[in-house]
Design a binder for this molecule. Structure first.
Ligand code: MG
Length: 279
């Protein structure tokens, strides 16, 4: 029976070949060997640099470790917060250009974690970044009295402007464009990949910084891709400007590189294993 099926399949294939043969160019491999035209489309340079991948969440060999559980030496407390409205954003950007004063970070480092100190201010990297890949692990503590935006809220602000929301979004109702993994008030995550509060979660994020022309007009928007606990939740999403709390965002020119900011939203959110790769 099997042989018969094979024979029938072969026959039908041959019939098909003869029927359409006039449409298919004949490849003369022997002739082609003389000129090897396939080589023209082989790109041999540049050779991608070799890196040793991390095991699961460990930093790869070419990553800059921003927090390894020991200290906050790569961070400071910014003098100015993030902007909640476009005029606020613009005011802060202008102020930061003139006044570069910063303060020691106030968050608590304990048992390998950096814990938000409510009211202690945000954390900002000493180094400025543009296009990056970021790995960050976070935990919203169990707190049954809390709900909505008040339950385990923090946030990762690329350039201090573009936020990937951190929130307990496990059975905690809120507006979806403000839930965990949202690009705050701009993009709802594709799925909710949240783990319960009290459990560690990870974001792996690719951030493409926006570019501006000499006259301050937008040349290229910012784009963000986010994996939440290994699940794709934002697929190369275009941002419409800074992630603000009030009003409609629009782009306002700024430096090509700016520090990464972690938000103090008065909840005891914890962080560990934070590493970044400049792209
Ligand atoms: Mg937040």
């Amino acid at each position: 029976m099997k042989n018969l099926t094979t024979t029938l399949l072969l026959l039908s294939f041959c019939a098909g070949t003869s029927l359409f043969a006039q449409d298919i160019p004949v490849i003369d491999w022997e002739e082609l060997q003389k000129t090897s035209p396939w080589k023209a489309s082989e790109q041999w340079e540049p050779v991608p640099p070799k890196v040793t991948p991390g095991f699961i969440t460990a930093p790869p060999s070419d990553a800059l470790v921003l927090f390894d559980g020991k200290d906050l030496s790569k961070w400071h407390k910014p003098k100015y917060p993030y902007g909640v409205r476009m005029d606020h954003v613009e005011g802060i950007l202008a102020a930061k250009k003139k006044d570069t004063e910063v303060f020691p970070p106030e968050w608590t480092v304990k048992d390998g974690m950096a814990i938000v100190k409510p009211g202690g201010g945000h954390l900002e990297t000493n180094q400025a970044f543009g296009d990056v890949q970021l790995h960050i692990e976070w935990l919203s503590p169990v707190d049954p009295g809390k709900k909505d935006q008040g339950y385990g809220n923090s946030g990762v602000f690329f350039m201090g402007l573009y936020e990937v929301q951190i929130l307990n979004s496990y059975e905690n109702k809120t507006y979806p464009n403000g839930q965990a993994g949202s690009l705050y008030k701009q993009a709802i995550p594709l799925v909710n990949a949240s783990r319960p509060p009290g459990e560690w979660q990870a974001y792996d994020i690719v951030f493409d910084a926006p570019e501006f022309n000499e006259d301050g007009s937008l040349k290229e928007a910012a784009y963000i891709t986010v994996f939440h606990n290994g699940v794709l939740i934002q697929n190369h999403v275009r941002l419409e400007g800074p992630c603000i709390y009030i009003g409609k965002p629009h782009y306002t020119p700024h430096a090509a590189k700016l520090p990464l900011l972690l938000q103090d939203h008065s909840d005891l959110v914890r962080y560990r294993n934070i590493w970044i790769r400049e792209l």
